[in-house]
Write a protein of this length. Sequence first.
Length: 120
Amino acid sequence: MDYSMGVIESRFADIIWNGEPISSTELAKRSEDVLGWKKSTTYTVLKRLCDKGIFKNEKGTVTSLVSKTDFYSHQSEKFVEETFDGSLPAFLAAFTAHKRLTQDEVSELRRMVESYEEQE
């Protein structure tokens, strides 16, 4: 599946994820308010994202086929795989080269690693 989205499509998807189930009429209204889109633009982008298998529009009600968490998890994995040959340490090294982690972030990363080790 092609779960790729641009920045604007992601903002549009957030409107759906944050409001689902949402009527296509309400989605068009919110898209106009948040993104400045006309109804036709909303329906065009919605159709494209439905064709990708991310959302479905059934009888005027829009819901997700892929959760927001699953979508961004997939995008993150794809980015690390394509950019850092799948190496999470290489990604973290690049990420932290110009951004200092807070103590809370370091603690959270430690908890995540410990939780992962416990699962094995």
